[in-house]
Design a protein around this ligand. Structure first.
Ligand SMILES: [Zn+2]
Length: 242
């Protein structure tokens, strides 16, 4: 047994710990009997072992070193166990958080899209749908002879939503359907409502978006379409919006 072998195989340390095979043990003892260097190393390690061992183990020194080592390894494994477990747990939590973040992002995108669609639908509804009664102001317009006197019918300016003009009329059996045109003071048509459904037997309801009627003078022209497809002016209603 030479020093290279002794160093490579940690013979001194293993000898002190009692971990050498019997033939290794015999060979090393034969060597260090004539080697002050190895003997010194053996004693140094023994001294160190005793120094470490004694404060921990008050009992006799006969407790084998390997038990202590084994205990230390076991303690280390025991301590490392929860660490490994918690690292694995953290990884799992991290994966779950990443999954949740993706899910939240997806839900946000969904709700953003839903909100956009809702806004779009609301816009379409306010453009196309018939106004619901109750909250919609209704203004009755009386027939005006010649349709010129706008002081008879006054309509309050409405800021938003819808309003209904209720046109007084006398049903004509020859007329199949009615439509209404709203002209401004310059005679320009600002709205056409077609066809009209009778609100009562003597009035036709004309639903208009409020922003169609800015303050000013207007004329509603009621036209009837006869059964042979001919269109005729049935009545005119001058009114002012203020
Ligand atoms: Zn030696």
């Amino acid at each position: 047994m030479n020093h290279e072998y002794i160093t490579e195989h940690a013979i001194v340390e293993r000898y002190v710990m009692g971990l050498l095979l019997p033939e290794e043990c015999a060979a090393f003892e034969a060597h260090f009997r004539n080697c002050s260097n190895c003997l010194h190393n053996v004693e140094a390690i023994r001294d160190y072992r005793i120094g470490v061992e004694e404060p921990l183990k008050p009992g006799p020194r006969s407790i084998p070193w390997r038990w202590i080592l084994g205990g230390a390894v076991a303690a280390l494994l025991f301590a490392a166990g929860p660490l490994v477990w918690s690292v694995r747990n953290l990884r799992g939590a991290e994966r779950r958080i990443n999954g949740l973040s993706a899910e939240i992002a997806r839900l946000n995108e969904d709700s953003r899209r839903a909100a956009a669609e809702t806004g779009q639908l609301r816009g379409e509804l306010s453009r196309n749908a018939a106004p619901s009664s109750g909250s919609v102001p209704i203004f009755s317009l009386l027939l005006t002879r010649g349709g010129e006197d706008s002081t008879v019918n006054r309509v309050r300016a409405v800021n938003s939503g819808w309003l209904v003009l209720s046109l007084e009329y006398v049903p004509d059996p020859a007329v199949k359907s009615y439509r209404a045109r709203i002209e401004d003071a310059q005679g320009k048509t600002v709205a056409t409502v077609d066809p009209l459904a009778p609100a009562t037997s003597d009035a036709l309801g004309v639903a208009l978006r409020a922003d169609v009627l800015k303050p000013g003078n207007y004329r509603a022209v009621l036209e009837g379409v006869t059964r042979n497809g001919r269109s005729t002016v049935v009545a005119r209603y001058a009114f002012s919006v203020a």
